[in-house]
Ligand binder design. Structure first.
Ligand SMILES: [Zn+2]
Length: 244
């Protein structure tokens, strides 16, 4: 007999099921990404109506055919400071969608949950572009998809790296950039990428200054969209409220 289990989860997104119910895509700490039916969630005042994207819950779920059923949920945090500010909400939804796109259901590990949970907490007060740069770096690192920077990704030469070439999947030298093209990367931005790839949240907190964090988040965006072969739906919303 199938047994219910308790999970810690973040609602990545949800979509309607019939007139009354919703399916929640939950990133859980214990069981990866689950699709969970929340009965009555579309009814105002319904039992699960407050389970909107970015909300973190302690949930009891019961396995069924393909989908799980939510039997109990208590909200740990709704990230209200994020949800109530349009700009922060846009960054939060973008990070949640990136996490959703990069993760395959069963393969999600607890580190992915921790990364998104911590990022959403930081989003309540931090400079969002710096946070997005760090989140993107760590997400790519967890997925084993960081751009290569050990040597030129095209000619393997030990030269100064000046551009990111998307098809090569890494940084390239000036001579190769001339031939192949690429997104220009200055040295401080490359150093910041290397630093963010190595440090934990304390190291992230120690970085100040906006210009290179913005350059890095913009650069990694293009890199991630290329890796995903798509642009997240929430990207247009993000750009409509972004202040840069
Ligand atoms: Zn080269």
């Amino acid at each position: 007999m199938a047994i219910s289990s308790n999970v810690l989860g973040i609602v990545l997104r949800s979509y309607p099921l019939g007139e009354k119910d919703r399916i929640l895509v939950l990133l859980t700490s214990e069981q990866g990404k689950l699709r969970v039916v929340a009965k009555g969630a579309r009814r105002p005042g319904g039992r699960f109506a407050a389970l909107e994207p970015l909300v973190e819950v302690q949930a009891a779920v019961h396995p069924g055919k393909g989908l799980y059923t939510l039997t109990q949920a208590s909200i740990i945090t709704s990230h209200r400071e994020v949800r109530e500010q349009l700009e922060r909400l846009a960054y939060g939804l973008f990070m949640a969608e990136l996490m959703d796109l990069f993760t395959v259901d069963a393969e999600v590990r607890a580190v992915s949950y921790d990364l998104l949970s911590r990022a959403l907490s930081c989003l309540e007060q931090d400079q969002p572009e710096k946070l997005l740069a760090y989140f993107s770096t760590q997400l790519l690192r967890q997925m084993g998809l960081l751009p290569a920077w050990e040597s030129c990704s095209a000619c393997q030469g030990e030269r100064q790296l000046v551009a990111l070439n998307l098809p090569e999947g890494g940084l390239i030298c000036a001579a190769c950039a001339k031939k192949l093209g690429g997104l220009p990367v200055d040295q401080p931005t490359l150093l910041l990428l290397q630093y963010f790839a190595q440090v934990g949240w304390d190291g992230y907190g120690a970085v100040s200054g906006e210009s290179h964090t913005l350059k890095l988040s913009r650069l990694l965006e293009q890199f991630m969209f290329y890796q995903l072969s798509t642009r997240p739906h929430s990207y247009d919303f993000l750009n409509s409220v972004r202040q840069h």
